[in-house]
Design a protein around this ligand. Structure first.
Ligand SMILES: [Zn+2]
Length: 316
């Protein structure tokens, strides 16, 4: 407490407590319940009570409302059998709502409609038609794929888009500061997508997303502190501390690919020599395999330089 006096009759900021209205509390609790079901899958009402800290009657009312809205369903628990009353579990319905998830990689783009529970309901995948694609062309192709996926998930509500980017991105507005392998610098890609699809768009570094995905559903499940190394054309890593992404003071935390391993090593496109990417990125691994005589088949669609027509989004 500071020693500053407060005029009589005037409240200090610490005395003013915003009071949440019942409607706000209900919306908050609906979101809490849906998020939990989305992340953990089918669970019983009593498990929901324990997990959320809400009481049984509140859970019953929330489940009832979400059932009426077609977002969740209750059904007998298939994992439990035997005599007596069947036990029921609550499940968020994958077909009720979806997000458009975009993996924008250096060579390929994957766009998927993902429903509750992480269920992939439909997907498109294609190679960039040129080695260094123009951001507006990529945005056009993604918007086209997203429109097709929306058509295939009729009845499901699209609630937004998330784009994983191989580079540094400002998540607040989707400004790509630097995606060196795409040769994109200072690109308002989030705005490009918002202009084209009319949904909310979030853009996040791909390694940060990978770390979060492993935390929620993969090898990092149950761990709040982890490092996920993502090795593709580039090499990056996402760091979670206490379940939250670590960006560092300048946003470069986890940018592993351009850490110099050998100052006299192979020249990197970033201007330095001997970066991790020059030894552990996909092109470096392919070069090493070629040197050792490994051969592999390539398809027309998996190479750069083919015509846009052959690289139109296709079902996978
Ligand atoms: Zn480098």
């Amino acid at each position: 407490m500071s020693g500053r006096t407060v005029p009589a009759g005037r409240a200090t900021t610490t005395q003013i407590r915003p009071v949440a209205r019942p409607e706000q509390i209900r919306k908050h609790n609906l979101g809490l319940l849906l998020r939990h079901l989305h992340q953990v899958g089918s669970i019983s009402r009593s498990e929901l009570t324990t997990a959320t800290g809400l009481n049984r009657s509140t859970i019953a009312a929330l489940v009832g409302e979400l059932t009426e809205r077609g977002m969740v369903a209750e059904h007998p628990d298939a994992t439990k059998s035997g005599a007596g009353r069947p036990s029921y579990v609550v499940t968020a319905l994958p077909q009720a709502a979806h997000v458009i998830a975009v993996d924008l990689d250096v060579r390929t783009v994957t766009v998927a409609a993902v429903g509750f529970g992480g269920q992939v309901r439909a997907r498109r995948m294609w190679n960039h038609p040129v080695k260094h694609p123009e951001p507006s062309d990529v945005a056009d192709a993604i918007a086209q794929a997203a429109a097709e996926l929306d058509g295939e998930t009729a009845g499901s509500r699209c609630v937004g888009m998330c784009v994983g980017v191989p580079g540094m991105v400002r998540t607040q507005d989707g400004w790509v500061l630097n995606a060196p392998n795409l040769r994109w610098h200072g690109v308002p890609f989030g705005q490009f997508m918002r202009d084209r699809i009319g949904h909310e768009v979030r853009m996040v570094n791909d390694a940060d997303l990978a770390a979060y995905a492993e935390h929620l559903r993969g090898a990092g499940r149950g761990y709040n502190d982890l490092i996920c190394v993502l090795g593709r054309n580039g090499v990056g890593s996402g760091v979670l501390v206490d379940g939250r992404p670590l960006h560092g003071a300048t946003g470069y935390a986890g940018e592993l690919g351009h850490v110099v391993m050998d100052p006299k090593g192979r020249r990197c496109h970033c201007g330095n020599r001997g970066c991790v990417e020059q030894y552990a990125g996909a092109p470096a691994l392919l070069r090493a395999a070629r040197r050792r005589g490994v051969r592999w088949a390539t398809s027309r669609n998996s190479s750069h330089g083919s015509t846009p027509a052959t690289n139109r989004p296709r079902m996978s």
